[in-house]
Design a protein around this ligand. Sequence first.
Ligand code: HEM
Length: 394
Amino acid sequence: PHETFALLRQVSPVHWTRWKGGDGYWSITRYNDILNVLKDWKRFTSERGANLENWDGDQSIARRSMLEMDPPRHTSLRKIVSMDFSPRAVARYESFVRDITKTIVEQTLKKREFDFVDQFAAQIPMRVFARIMGVPEEDTEKLIAWGDELMGNTDPEVTEVTMYSEESEKYRLYPFRNPAALKVFEYGRWLRRHKWDEPRQDVLTKLAHADVEGRSLMDWEFDNMFLLLITAGHETTRQAIVHGVEALIRHPDQIRRLQNDASLMQTAVEEILRWATPILHFRRTVKEDVELHGKKLRAGDKVVLWFISGNRDEEIFPDPFYFDVGRAPNEHLTFGKVGVHYCLGAYLARLEIRVVFEELLPYLHRFELAGKPVRMRSNFTHGIRFMPVKVVTD
Ligand code: HEM
């Protein structure tokens, strides 16, 4: 796909792809064009779906979070949780993020060979997140499994094993055609009731007591906020960690650079994020006719912002296919970068990735791939499903 994107950036930066049946979408592949669309929510709305998998007509309120809203509705919902993910709040999470990470590092390094995706990377983000949310620790395994089911949906091999549920049809839960979303809703509502009885200092308590223009959250608003928070930071952060380790194993010179100069960790985290681009695209819909690079985009047209392409745009990133832990500047698009939907969890994800690589750094030169990583087939998640790693002795 990198070759295709490079070609599109060069010859057709605003490119129409037709689907069978006549409908289609615009692909935006250059960095600066992606930024301009992200900034302009008035002309490029999120209200009609946020990725290629969901389409118009299926945006019932049963499947609408702040991610699929424009201001002012978006603003009032985001306000409820924004303080808990601010740089200042996130700085307070560092010590328990490190504790969780150390435990997982210790457990996995005892094994000589393991699946890095499942046994390492998947274990950290949901545990951290459960702690911030106020979800009981004993339920995290359950949440990891549900999160996997939900995100794995766009991978056909995973979809085959998830069953279509009569119940979720009742919720009209496209595109999550699997029972996990329903389980997450039920579990979330159970937690919400529980939090009313026992208020504590966590995000769930805040959601349970939220005041949106003089009222509390409606059930569907709560459901979708909970589902969004559960899914948004789980697979994404995991994939950044997996891609980061894969890139470092393949570039041992970069491991040595980091081991010799720990002050490079800050830029290394940003390079891992650029390299990984765990979310390949997000989508907008044109609200009023607009012209871009000579192409006429009409109201109702879908516009797909290919972050994976913008992050390899040779006009912005010198030698974009070179993995360079010292790369600076590195204003990647991995979190959206600008606009009202700029990733809520960007600081948290950065913290988790930094702590993971700080804790893994002394061992990384002993890591080897024990087989070929198995990639996810998805146009949304840039994912590795399975990556066997072995730890050799010094
Ligand atoms: C939004 C990527 C981690 C929560 C976004 C967006 C991107 C993104 C690209 C913008 C969506 C748009 O423009 O429509 C990522 C990546 C992550 C990550 C690559 C990890 C490396 C997290 C974490 C959380 C989180 C840890 C946990 C709280 C959210 C939420 C939104 C969002 C709630 C929606 C914000 C809004 O609509 O205002 N994320 N994210 N993300 N992210 Fe993340």
